[in-house]
Design a protein around this ligand. Sequence first.
Ligand SMILES: *Cc1c(COP(=O)(O)O)cnc(C)c1O
Length: 359
Amino acid sequence: MIMGTPRLEIDLAKIGHNVREVIKLYGAKGLTMTGVTKGVCGDPLVAEVYLKNGISVLGDSRIANIRKMREAGIRAPFILLRLPAPGEAEDVVRDCSISFNSEMKVIRELSAAALRHGARHGVILMVELGDLREGIMPGDLGETVKEVLSLPGIRLAGIGGNLACFGGVKPDAKNMGELSSLALDMEKRFHIDLEYVSAGCSTVYSWLKSVDRVNRVNNVRLGDSFLLGGRDLEEKGIPGLHYDAFTLVAEVIESKIKPSIPWGEIGLDAFGSIPKFEDRGTGRRLILNIGRQDVFYTQLYPRVDIEILGASSDHLIAVANTAQLQVGDEVKFDVDYGAMLAAMTSPYVQKVHLNRDSA
Ligand SMILES: *Cc1c(COP(=O)(O)O)cnc(C)c1O
């Protein structure tokens, strides 16, 4: 394969290592794990690494990603993580064993679609734990469980909660404790056993390391931990993991000595804001062949001493501090979640998988 730029190198062996280490860590507390693939757009080679290293259930937020993995021959139960929209029930039932839900209107449609397929579709009811993304308010959970149990095409597979995604609310003993007690309440009240009491996302690590007992929580949904070593909310990774399984590579397409302040009358930039510049004299400026269309540039961390100033759609502008770089030289970057996600999504960024055999 010709290695062009820009490209995203994915070290499958490093991801495999992360999966094995995280399974040891969470397994020791009695938790099973759902391997989340949405950060890599359902990349079948990454899914394969999850499964090979001990994950047995996969989760993704998009039906298209799940279908892509199935068509590539990935065999595992799939959980749809994003609430399905009304009208998607047929697709959900066909491609996913289980979906996360919070709306009865959709769950009724799923039940009808499942019956048409002669199957029962698994539903995990999401409960709002304070992060204010998806979830049924805790006080309304009992009523919803009751209705779900009455639907012939649905199997209540469990309940779940999601934190640190929208509101930035940290998983802690209190909100995780609430998830546990809600599960216990429902089991007692309706004489049921919930297969999943599921928490997410990777930031559950900050809760896990602070508690001895996970109570009734029995599953965690992890993507970032496997892919990028699961930096917790203090921005440190889980010890012993690789944080650099992904490398973004771009190429220098211009390298010139220029002043640091634009001249001429200043109006709006291409993205609708008025740029501000700090005068740091004249120095070597670099242009790299990647831009906002390909990557979330504020989450790029160069592995050489250059400083990113900004980006337009197709250009990344940087100052070459002590780095000696010429036109045609490649520059490697670490990525955070948003940058990884955008680079995976961009058709202009080539994906190169490394070390598949040793993963
Ligand atoms: C994305 C997502 C996860 C996994 O998040 P990571 O930060 O990648 O671990 C878990 N649960 C839900 C519902 C999600 O949408």
